[in-house]
Design a protein around this ligand. Structure first.
Ligand code: DGL
Length: 271
């Protein structure tokens, strides 16, 4: 496998850009092919079988771009599809759940952790399972926040509607005296300032993206797949979506460090 090959990163939409952004920061020499499945979003309310089918199609597309490793930058797809696709794929595939769970377990003092995510992620109970394996006495309180993804996709990151909805969702968790809250959906770090204000400074907010990037770095090093260096002229990042490329491009430009020049639309159902 070519060390200069790109890393494939995918999500149902713009949320996975929070993970891509972290990979760009921590592994600046790596090339990235990002795919956002904007035509079929949200994944959070879909069944396990559907999310596995979508993930397989995306992985087939990414393989046509000769990626050397894949990051499932979506908690829902990580919850439902990671094990299945790992078993079928001969390049490394990682998700975001283990990284988020590990960080939360390390950070809690009182052993009470909240997790917010899509209906799929919270319903799967995967965070509880993974964190309890790491520390059996931990108490995990999950809360699904289905309206957060459309709010983020609509760009309503700082809006009174978002505030109102967030305060309803979080009131239940506030009563549990958690000291750590996992942002268990890659869209949610974009609502960080609202979540921080509502939860208060004493609650640690965990964004699994940071640890996921570190995990990717050690995996690439271990397998001698890390890219030695990059040149300044190259187009290091490429973006693909299944719908509405222009909207995605302006969103990506707003949250990524550099200007995103182009996003290409592909027909993902053909893969
Ligand atoms: N960003 C995704 C996640 O981390 C899912 C959003 C959705 O499509 O429902 O779960």
């Amino acid at each position: 496998m070519d060390r200069n090959a790109p890393v494939g990163v995918f999500d149902s939409g713009v949320g996975g850009l929070t993970v891509a952004r972290e990979i760009m920061r921590q592994l600046p020499e790596e090339r990235i092919i990002y795919f956002g499945d904007t035509a079929r979003l949200p994944y959070g309310s879909k069944s396990r079988d559907t999310v596995i089918r979508y993930s397989r199609q995306i992985i087939r597309f990414l393989r046509t771009m000769d990626v050397k490793a894949i990051v499932i930058a979506c908690n829902t797809a990580s919850s439902y599809a990671l094990e299945t696709v790992q078993a079928e794929t001969d390049i490394p595939v990682i998700g975001v759940i283990n990284a988020g769970a590990r960080t939360a377990v390390k950070s809690t003092h009182n052993g009470k952790i909240g997790v917010i995510g899509t209906e799929g992620t919270i319903g799967s109970g995967i965070y509880t399972e993974v964190m309890r394996k790491m520390r059996p006495d931990i108490k995990v309180y999950g809360k699904s926040c289905p309206l957060f993804v459309p709010l983020v996709e609509e760009g309503l990151l700082h809006d009174s509607v978002t505030d109102e909805i967030a305060s309803r969702y979080l009131s239940e968790l506030k009563g549990k005296y958690i000291d750590t809250l996992v942002l268990g959906c890659t869209h949610y770090p974009l609502l960080r300032s609202t979540l921080r204000r509502l939860m208060g400074e004493e609650v640690t907010l965990v964004n699994p993206a940071y640890e996921t990037a570190l995990e990717l770095r050690s995996l690439l090093r271990q397998q001698k797949l890390d890219r030695p260096e990059s040149s300044l002229e190259e187009e290091k990042y490429q973006f693909f979506v299944s719908d509405l490329a222009e909207k995605f491009t302006s969103f990506a430009t707003a949250i990524l460090p550099g200007q995103v020049k182009e996003t290409r639309k592909i027909h993902i159902e053909e893969y």
